[in-house]
Design a protein around this ligand. Structure first.
Ligand code: HEC
Length: 171
């Protein structure tokens, strides 16, 4: 009996490997990326990239276990939801007020330790932010976020600016 249950479970584990989410990253349009649109200093961007990009960008790096169901389903949910709330790769497609708002929220999340998600920092210790890193990124996010009502700097180094893309839809 035990053996039968064991085989049945094994069978289920094998079968669900065929039910795997599509882990192809959407293409990245550099003109809409936060690097281009808001030009964070390199150290700030490195923190966002190391601690947020796997769930909040179109540059997700998938660990090997993301290929193993049912873990894959769980990770896919985080990535989908994360991108829905905030996607650094397409931040240029938001209106200025939406952008300010979400960056203000991001500052709050990081300050309060809500982001990056704890389940992520267990498996990605490098994404655990030191107090210094946290201060650095929170200060920058606040300055770009609700705090200053969104000071526009994007036109400077982006030829043509991003203004005309502001109202573009973002799928
Ligand atoms: C492991 C995936 C993951 C990582 C890494 C991650 N997030 Fe999130 N984030 C999510 C998910 C899932 C949600 C939506 C559900 C929730 O709020 O818990 C979210 C929501 C948010 C929201 C919206 C909150 C709201 O109330 O609408 C902000 C802002 C945010 N994250 C910022 C960040 C920042 C900044 C980082 C990096 C310091 C980060 N996140 C790292 C998965 C992640």
């Amino acid at each position: 009996m035990k053996k039968i249950i064991g085989f049945a479970l094994l069978g289920i584990l094998v079968v669900i490997q065929f039910i795997r989410p599509n882990f192809t990253n959407p293409p990245v349009d550099q003109a809409l990326d936060i690097r281009q649109v808001l030009q964070p200093p390199a150290d700030v961007h490195a923190i966002l990239k190391g601690a947020c990009y796997d769930c909040h960008s179109n540059e997700t790096q998938y660990p090997w276990y993301s290929q193993v169901s049912p873990v894959s389903w769980w990770l896919a949910g985080h990535i989908r939801e994360g991108r829905e709330h905030l996607n650094f790769s397409t931040i240029g497609s938001l209106t200025q007020s939406d952008r300010s708002e979400i960056l203000g929220e991001a500052a709050e999340e990081v300050q309060q330790g809500g982001m990056p998600l704890a389940s992520y920092t267990w498996t990605h210790p490098a994404a655990r932010l030191s107090a210094t890193q946290r201060d650095l990124v929170v200060t920058w996010l606040n300055a770009r976020g609700a705090g200053e009502g969104g000071v526009e700097t994007s036109g400077k180094n982006a030829p043509g600016g991003v203004a005309e893309q502001e109202h573009e839809d973002n799928d």
